[in-house]
Ligand binder design. Structure first.
Ligand code: MN
Length: 128
């Protein structure tokens, strides 16, 4: 049984890219284009890991992560932030919002798969 990853990303091309990368890593994946839909899918599917874009229309990824981390049922799901800028303060913001880690965009295929596998393993999940 492969791990299920939820991708929350508003950019269509990025979302397709992340899904294709996860596909190549043999992960099950579901995706949402905004935080509200993403939170709904998280509640419905209880994914093993979430890739969270920080810049989203409406509710941003940091706020969505705070909601996830306040939810007793969902708080243990690792959340990896996808940050557009590799600025130190953005990384700090992501971590203080409860993100377990972050990846800077543009995302490198190998880095994404390695990070996903690392956080799944850390959470005691199958790595695909
Ligand atoms: Mn975005």
């Amino acid at each position: 049984m492969s791990a299920k990853i939820l991708v929350i990303e508003d950019n269509d091309l990025n979302r397709k890219l992340f899904n294709a990368i996860l596909e190549s890593g043999h992960y099950d994946h579901i995706s949402a284009a905004d935080a509200e839909e993403g939170l709904k899918l998280a509640k419905e599917h209880h994914p093993d890991l979430i890739l969270m874009d920080i810049q989203l229309p409406g509710m941003d990824g940091l706020t969505a992560t705070r909601h996830l981390k306040e939810d007793p049922v969902l708080k243990n799901i690792p959340v990896i932030a996808l940050t557009a800028y590799a600025m130190p303060e953005d990384k700090e913001k992501a971590l203080s919002a409860g993100c377990d880690g972050y990846i800077s965009k543009p995302v490198d295929v190998q880095t994404l798969l390695e990070r996903v596998s690392f956080y799944l393993e850390k959470a005691g999940k199958e790595t695909g």
